[in-house]
Design a protein around this ligand. Structure first.
Ligand SMILES: Nc1ncnc2c1ncn2[C@@H]1O[C@H](COP(=O)(O)OP(=O)(O)OP(=O)(O)O)[C@@H](O)[C@H]1O
Ligand SMILES: [Mg+2]
Length: 280
């Protein structure tokens, strides 16, 4: 396993005295598709900004392919790592959609034809092809989110850090965004870390999960492991995926003999059929 990002944060406090993170130990391996799951204010955005080298005054060390990100030139970080901000208005700045998505690849020195192709492919990926000429300010929130992600896709990073990439997207858009990220991860071998509180989507797509609460990672592992302790999820102001919650209650409150707690509709369907078969 090649570790691409190795995160050791002993502590980080914002200038106003807010203690945002402590005792973080997190390795992101090549090809990972992992999630940072946590409620509002748990420190997800802060952690992603540290990983991207935007916040530097913490105690600890973050290594990108073995190099301390605080010693790397920002150009060398951005060659490998792309961060999609939580709020699209913090990211978008050009007048038109095309110009915004084109900014990154142009800056990387690609010729105009290559830039045009990259922008087209990226807009296609996020289903925004027909909006190229549109004024950024007139886009809806979900459309802005998609354009932000297109901007990163057009640069072709090896590592993508995404801060709530599905927040504000409609249900289909949410699902498609996760499918797009899965495809990038599988086919283009992009390493992905995403912050989210969408517990229902996570088990369908992510390989690994880290639960952040009060600035600490309190639990980590594959989704099945992480979601096996509903009380703990409640303690950190999160819940189980809806389907898992339903089966958990049927098992523990109505004494139905489910063997395991499924995390997806498909698993639940199989589990229910199995359980029904064995009923007297
Ligand atoms: N620039 C800042 N100055 C001072 N405190 C900050 C700053 N940014 C964030 N914080 C505080 O740090 C803590 C972690 O914030 P952060 O934005 O990382 O949380 P989050 O998990 O991303 O939350 P959300 O789900 O709402 O996006 C919060 O208590 C927040 O109030
Ligand atoms: Mg955040």
């Amino acid at each position: 396993m090649t570790v691409r990002l190795s995160v050791h944060i002993d502590s980080f406090t914002y200038p106003d005295g807010t203690a945002a993170l402590s005792d973080i130990r997190l390795d992101v391996a090549r090809g990972d598709f992992c999630g940072i799951l946590g409620s509002n204010g748990s420190g997800k955005t802060t952690l992603l900004k540290i990983m991207d080298g935007l916040i530097k005054d913490y105690a600890g060390e973050v290594l990108l392919d073995g190099d301390d990100v605080r010693r790397l030139h920002s150009r060398d970080i951005y060659r490998k790592v792309g961060l999609v901000f939580q709020n699209p208005d913090d990211q978008l700045f050009a007048h038109s959609v095309f110009e915004d998505v084109a900014f990154g690849p142009r800056n990387m020195g690609f010729g105009e034809e290559e830039v045009r192709q990259r922008v087209e492919t990226a807009l296609q990926s996020v289903e925004m092809t027909e909006y190229g000429g549109k004024n950024i300010h007139n886009l809806s929130y979900g459309q802005k989110k998609r354009v932000c992600i297109a901007g990163l896709l057009a640069m072709g990073h090896e590592i993508l850090l995404l801060d709530e990439p599905t927040a504000g997207l409609d249900p289909m858009g949410e699902y498609r965004m996760m499918e797009l990220l899965t495809r990038l991860n599988r086919e283009e071998r992009v390493t992905i870390v995403m912050a989210t509180h969408s517990v229902d989507l996570v088990p369908l797509f992510l390989h690994r999960l880290h639960i952040l609460s009060g600035g600490k990672i309190v639990r980590g592992g594959v989704p099945e492991e992480v979601f096996s302790a509903p009380e703990e999820m409640a303690n950190v102001k999160l819940r189980l995926p809806h389907i898992a919650e339903l089966i958990y209650r049927l098992k523990h409150e109505d004494n139905l003999p489910f063997e395991r707690i499924p995390l997806t509709i498909g698993e639940a369907r199989r589990e229910i059929i199995e359980t029904m078969k064995h009923r007297p």
